[in-house]
Design a protein around this ligand. Structure first.
Ligand code: G3P
Ligand code: CA
Length: 241
């Protein structure tokens, strides 16, 4: 296993999905970062995990009901630590601009499993193309319809099917979609589907791996990458530099 993605940034050390967490991931020598994207009321892609701002900011309400101006006024750091009170919800644009000054890979998860966010696929693909980051980016989603739309818009952007439960036939479905990888929980490795993925040449990336025990019984050679909240700590624990 070679690739460590910082899950929501280095989210053990910093508030998740903030620029502080992404800068920390770079300091921890992660290979990439994973971010969650939702759409604001005015159609901007914003980086936040939940459909509401309640858990990770000092505001309340649904992301889809707030404009970027309103979202940007929120404190996205104090819930984690008072010292992070200057953090705001990043725009996807800000993250892409920053990523292009690094050599980090980027996994953008389109959070359409609870909110449909019509048009989010086009917004994200346009932004990735504008920043010429297609080679370093993989778009993922739990929502297969979202991935189908992504593939319709772009045949060349990398996509990954996100798997929560181990659904039979998901590999066939991934191949049908033209997916490039499967992002799954460790339990996936103990199912026939993981062998099918291997046979189909589909890399498997596992989330969220914070302890070496999370990979117990899994041959490292079968894993293309892991998503972790603590890239430096996990790399050390697994015996890496
Ligand atoms: O992409 C892997 C992982 O981030 C999916 O779960 O809830 O952390 O977005 P969640
Ligand atoms: Ca995610």
């Amino acid at each position: 296993m070679t690739t460590f993605y910082a899950h929501r940034g280095a989210s053990t050390m910093c508030p998740e999905n903030t620029m502080a967490a992404f800068r920390q991931a770079l300091r921890e020598k992660a290979d990439g970062i994973e971010i969650d994207v939702q759409l604001s009321k005015d159609g901007e892609a914003v980086v936040i995990h939940d459909e509401t701002v309640d858990r990770t900011t000092d505001g309340t309400g649904a992301v889809k009901d707030m404009t970027v101006l309103e979202l940007k006024q929120l404190d996205a750091g104090s819930w984690y630590n008072q010292a992070c009170k200057e953090e705001t919800i990043p725009l996807l644009e800000e993250v892409l601009k920053w990523i292009s000054r690094t050599d980090l890979k980027l996994n953008i998860e389109l959070k359409t499993d609870r909110e449909p966010y019509p048009g989010i696929e086009q917004v994200v693909i346009d932004a990735v193309k504008r920043h010429e980051l297609k080679e370093r980016v993989v778009l993922s989603s739990f929502n297969l319809e979202t991935l189908r739309r992504v593939r319709e818009i772009s045949q060349s952007v990398s996509i990954a099917v996100l798997v929560w439960d181990n659904v039979d036939g998901i590999v066939k479905c991934a191949r049908h979609l033209g997916a490039d990888a499967i992002h799954a929980r460790p339990g996936f490795m103990h199912t026939a589907e993981s062998l099918r993925a291997e046979a189909a040449g589909l890399p498997i990336r596992l989330y969220t791996i914070n302890e070496p025990e999370d990979l117990k019984g899994i041959a490292p050679g079968f894993i293309d990458a892991v998503f972790t909240d603590s890239p430096a700590r996990l790399r050390r624990a697994l015996g890496g530099a």
